[in-house]
Design a protein around this ligand. Structure first.
Ligand SMILES: Cc1ncc(COP(=O)(O)O)c(C=O)c1O
Length: 433
C-alpha cells in the first residue's frame, strides 16, 4: 500500500492496481500525478508545472496539445474513429500512406501500419524473412544486429537488441538466437564485419540498425559513413537492410530521416513516436517496391499474413497527417538546428566536471555520459526540484526536447543539467564505492 495522502483519489486507488513500465514498484518513488499538458509543459495535480526535457519518450515533437492535431483528431472522431482495414479502407490511412511514400527516400513506397514501434519492427522482420521465402531462398531467418541496439520489448525485437541489456537479458532462453555484433567503426572492424556477413549471408534475412544514434542502448552516436558502409555490405552479399528510425525519424537528428544524411535507402524503414506528434499510438513499416513485389502472386500464402486489429486506425492516421502538415507549415528542421546550436554551447561546461566521460550533441539530442549514474532516483529528484522532467538511465543524462521549445525553457533545462551534474560530481566518491 502507498502513502498517497496528498494525491488525488484516482492515483491512490489506481496505484494499487496499475503495473508501471520499467519500474521496480517496491523501491521506486511514486510517479508524478499529471493533470494536463500544454506547449512543452507538464502540469501536475499539486499545481507544479514541469518543463518536459524528453518529450514523452521522444515523441511529442510539436509540444503538447497542438491545436492543429487536436482539430484533426476531433473532426475524425466525429465522422469515424476506426474501421477494420482488411476489405475496407479509410481516407486518413490511405492519404498517410501516400504522404509517407513521398517523404521517405527512394522507392520506399509501401506502408504497413501497426500500433507500436516494437510491432513495426516485428513486421519488418516478418517481411524480410518472407521476402526470401517468396523469392525461393527459404533458409534465411536470422538477423544481424548490433550491440547497444534497441528495437523494442516484444520477444522478436528483444532478440535483435543488445544481449547484455538489463531489460532483455533474463529472457535469453525465450528469444530466437540472432547474430548480434559490434557496430563496425574502424577499418579493421569493417574488414572483420564484412567477413562475418559473407560467412552468414546464406541464412541472414537482413541487417537491422538504428541509423546515427543508438538510443535506449546509451544514446551512442556513429557517423553517416557507418550506415553507408553497412548498406554497401548488404548489397555486396545480397542481404536486406532494415533501418529502425523510430527514435531518429521526423527531424530528431536534423534531417527528416536519418538515412538522408548517409544518402542511403534501406529496403525497409520503421517509424513511430513522432509520427503522430506524440498523440496517438501508431507506427509504420515502409518497404521498397522491389520488396513488395515479391509478395504479389496468385497464391494466397505469398501475401503478408499479418493484420493487427487497429492497423490503419483512422484517428491515429488523422493525427499523423496533421503532424506531417506541421512539418510542412512550421520550421521544424530550423528549430532542431537552433536546439543543436544551443545544446552544443550550453552542455560544454559539463566536459570538465570530474566523472563526466563524454558530452555529445546531435540534432535535438544532448547527452552527458557519466562514469555511473549512482543513485538514479536522486538525480531525477534533483531535476524535479528544478521544475524539469528529465529521466536519466544507464549512465547518461540526456535531453530530447520538443522542437518547439521556447529558448528560455531550453536554457532552464541545460542549466539544470550542468548544475545537477556538478552536484552529482561532488558525491562521486560515494557513487564510485
Ligand atoms: C529505435 C527504437 N526502436 C523501437 C522502439 C520500440 O518502440 P515502442 O516503444 O513504440 O514499442 C523504440 C522505443 O524506444 C526505439 O527507440
Amino acid at each position: 500500500m502507498t502513502d498517497n495522502s496528498k494525491r488525488p483519489a484516482w492515483f491512490t486507488e489506481g496505484y494499487n492496481h496499475i503495473w508501471m513500465p520499467y519500474t521496480q514498484m517496491q523501491t521506486s518513488p511514486l510517479p508524478q500525478a499529471v493533470r494536463s499538458t500544454h506547449d512543452t509543459h507538464i502540469v501536475l495535480e499539486d499545481g507544479r508545472e514541469l518543463i518536459d526535457g524528453i518529450a514523452s519518450w521522444w515523441s511529442a515533437c510539436h509540444g503538447y496539445n497542438h491545436p492543429h492535431i487536436r482539430e484533426a483528431v476531433s473532426k475524425q472522431l466525429e465522422t469515424m474513429p476506426h474501421v477494420m482495414l482488411a476489405g475496407l479502407s479509410n481516407e486518413p490511412a490511405f492519404t498517410l500512406a501516400t504522404r509517407l511514400a513521398a517523404l521517405t527516400p527512394g522507392d520506399l513506397n509501401r506502408v504497413f501500419f501497426s500500433e507500436s514501434g516494437s510491432v513495426s519492427v516485428e513486421l519488418a522482420m516478418k517481411m524480410a524473412v518472407q521476402y526470401w521465402i517468396n523469392s525461393g531462398d527459404a533458409g534465411r531467418n536470422k538477423f544481424i544486429a548490433f550491440k547497444n541496439g534497441y528495437h523494442g520489448d516484444t520477444i522478436g525485437t528483444m532478440g535483435i537488441g543488445d544481449p547484455d541489456n538489463i531489460m532483455h537479458g533474463p529472457f535469453s532462453g525465450l528469444m530466437a538466437p540472432q547474430l548480434v555484433v559490434d557496430l563496425p567503426g574502424t577499418d579493421e572492424e569493417r574488414v572483420a564485419f564484412e567477413v562475418f556477413v559473407a560467412e552468414n549471408a546464406h541464412h541472414t534475412a537482413a541487417i537491422i540498425m538504428e541509423p546515427l544514434v543508438q538510443g535506449a542502448g546509451g544514446m551512442l552516436f556513429h557517423d553517416a559513413g557507418v550506415v553507408r558502409f553497412i548498406r554497401e555490405v548488404c548489397d555486396q552479399h545480397g542481404v536486406l537492410l532494415i533501418l529502425d528510425e523510430i527514435m531518429v525519424g521526423f527531424g530528431r537528428v536534423g534531417t527528416l530521416f536519418a538515412c538522408e544524411q548517409a544518402g542511403v535507402v534501406p529496403d525497409i524503414i520503421t517509424v513511430s513516436k513522432s509520427l503522430t506528434g506524440g498523440t496517438m499510438a501508431l507506427a509504420a513499416t515502409i518497404a521498397t517496391d522491389r520488396l513488395f513485389e515479391a509478395f504479389l502472386d496468385d497464391a494466397l500464402e505469398k501475401c503478408l499474413m499479418h493484420g493487427p486489429t487497429y492497423t490503419g486506425n483512422a484517428l491515429a492516421c488523422a493525427a499523423a497527417n496533421a503532424s506531417l502538415d506541421l512539418f510542412e507549415s512550421e520550421p521544424r528542421l530550423k528549430q532542431v538546428a537552433a536546439i543543436e546550436a544551443h545544446l552544443v554551447k550550453a552542455l560544454e561546461p559539463c566536459r570538465t566536471i570530474d566523472g563526466v566521460v563524454d558530452v555529445r550533441v546531435k540534432g535535438a539530442i544532448g547527452v552527458v555520459e557519466l562514469e555511473t549514474l549512482g543513485d538514479m532516483y536522486w538525480i531525477r529528484q534533483c531535476f524535479l526540484d528544478r521544475g524539469c522532467w528529465v529521466r536519466p538511465f544507464g549512465n547518461v543524462v540526456y535531453l530530447m526536447p520538443a522542437f518547439t521549445m521556447a529558448p528560455k525553457d531550453l536554457e532552464m533545462l541545460s542549466d539544470a543539467v550542468v548544475d545537477i551534474v556538478g552536484a552529482w560530481s561532488e558525491r562521486l566518491d560515494e557513487w564510485r564505492s
